[in-house]
Design a protein around this ligand. Structure first.
Ligand SMILES: *[C@@H]1O[C@H](CO)[C@@H](O)[C@H](O)[C@H]1NC(C)=O
Length: 186
């Protein structure tokens, strides 16, 4: 066999083993809502009927990680924190990743800004890079019950958005802002 054929066969086997070819029509949730928070940042979401779950798609014009956050309280206020959902697509490994994190707003420490939640309550459904966009899909309960998360409730919510040119999630963002999003109408 020619080297190229061997390579193709090898790739097929790997794809089959990881199930990528086995179930190509894996039902994909249709994103019912969309909001552009910034020209380089689009948020889409669907609340999945009867499950208490929400699927969120983040499309950011970046080559690194991206994310959104919700805040409870204000910077400096005791007990206040921010709930962070972040992820991206690592080109080197051709692999998506996601992280459930939080920020201590009472005492924000720039050296260790985003702390991992004790409990990971987000599931990465999909991640890809389509130049220039990094697109990730995450499934989460509207209310995870984790005290390091913030429930997504009816009515407008303040959402922080952020993205980076690196997949190193220990490094800070390049660009960030805030917007208002009504995930669930009142
Ligand atoms: C993506 O961002 C770059 C600069 O960071 C900009 O030049 C380009 O127009 C943007 N592309 C889209 C589709 O917004």
């Amino acid at each position: 066999m020619k080297f190229v054929n061997i390579l193709i066969n090898l790739v097929s086997v790997i794809l089959l083993v990881c199930g990528c070819l086995a179930k190509p029509s894996n039902r994909e949730t249709i994103m019912e809502n969309e909001k552009e928070l910034y020209s380089n940042f689009i948020l889409r979401w669907t609340v999945i009927e009867g499950t208490g779950d929400i699927e969120i798609e983040i499309q950011a014009n970046c080559t690194g990680w991206t994310g959104i956050s919700f805040a409870e309280g204000q910077i400096g206020q005791p007990g206040s924190y921010s709930d962070v959902i972040m992820g991206g697509f690592n080109d080197d490994f051709q692999k998506g990743y996601s992280e459930d994190r939080h920020i201590d707003l009472e005492n924000p420490d720039p050296a260790n800004g985003h702390l991992f939640d004790d409990s990971n309550d987000i599931l990465l459904k999909n991640a890809r890079y389509e130049e220039p966009w990094t697109i990730i899909r995450i499934l989460r309960s509207l209310n995870t019950g984790d005290k390091q998360d913030i429930p997504i409730v009816p009515g407008p919510m303040t959402v922080g958005w952020t993205y980076s040119s690196t997949d190193d999630t220990s490094l800070g963002h390049d660009t960030a802002g805030i917007g208002r999003v009504t995930f669930i109408p009142l």
